[in-house]
Design a protein around this ligand. Sequence first.
Ligand code: ATP
Ligand code: MG
Length: 360
Amino acid sequence: MPHVQLAGLKKAYGSHVALQDISLDIERGHFFTLLGPSGCGKTTLLRAIAGFHRQDQGDILLEGQSISHLNANERDVGMVFQDYAVFPHLSVFDNVAFGLVQKKLSRSEIQQRVSDILATVQLESYAQRMPHQLSGGQQQRVGLARALVIRPKVLLMDEPLSNLDAKLRVDLRRDIRALQQRLGITTLYVTHDQEEALSLSDQICVMHNGVVQQVGSPWDIYQAPANRFVATFVGSNNFFDIDRRADGQSYLLGQAIDGHLPDDRLMRPGIGASVRPEKIKVNASLQGPGIQIAGRIRQSMFSGRELQLTVEVEGYGVVDALVSPSVDNVNLHLNDAVQLSIASADLQYFEPGETGARIP
Ligand SMILES: Nc1ncnc2c1ncn2[C@@H]1O[C@H](COP(=O)(O)OP(=O)(O)OP(=O)(O)O)[C@@H](O)[C@H]1O
Ligand SMILES: [Mg+2]
């Protein structure tokens, strides 16, 4: 049985539908991420699970039991917010103890549980500090300790890292994942950062306009996006239109697509093709069928581990390629002519429209 089940959730704010028929199963102990652009309904969904507001339709089940009728404090879930939400007038200890005091636990038990959880989030020597004496990362650890100290069945986190600087974000990301795995706690995590979602999650749910676009492992979402929206939102992708010419063949960027492609399905108007930047070869030959495109370097950015090339293709626009730096390519300059090669197997095809399905 899934640990958490969402069954047909709907939520509207006036005439604006924020969640349209969301059904999801979340396995016990999984790190499950809701990923999508601003306004797609991530916070609305998390707050419905936490019990801060009620859905208009549908049910939320924890361990097979409906929790929809319960108040937030009766639901056995802990929540961490984007803006820390620590009480400024309470010490770290008292912030973390807050939920336990409300539950009227004994002083000694509160002392023990708060000390344990502060050690878990590596804040044991900060118990008597006030929030304003902490860094953003430390405040967020207080938020995490406060959510975990009540020993919730499910941990909900709404963009907990987005107010932190880049370096701290990556450090704390690693700590959160390690802690989640150690505690084995089922976690629902919200982010609009695709890299964060890919690196943290067991499962990702990509959302757009209140609708689930795809649920899958990070690998599935990246390698086999369900539709154009997922292909565009997760990682980067070059999209091409396909034309059919008088000779009856399909062409991409003015080049004949190799005959191995499922031509009949590509003949319909509006079908698009995509390729990931890292799949494009620059001045290197292909093994097997594919296409070649001539272009000129418009920008070259070397970042140590990789080289990002922006290539202008006449009559089309720009194509992004990501290659391993080598003596042959790091010295490419503005306007240098290059040959791009794409293996047929690395092209993906999509139905028309923003959420057009991938053609398998
Ligand atoms: N209290 C509210 N009243 C009216 N509309 C709301 C309310 N809360 C959210 N919305 C709208 O519902 C939609 C979903 O909002 P939500 O906060 O869930 O998005 P989100 O995915 O969390 O976005 P972000 O990444 O910016 O936090 C948005 O269009 C938003 O404007
Ligand atoms: Mg939000």
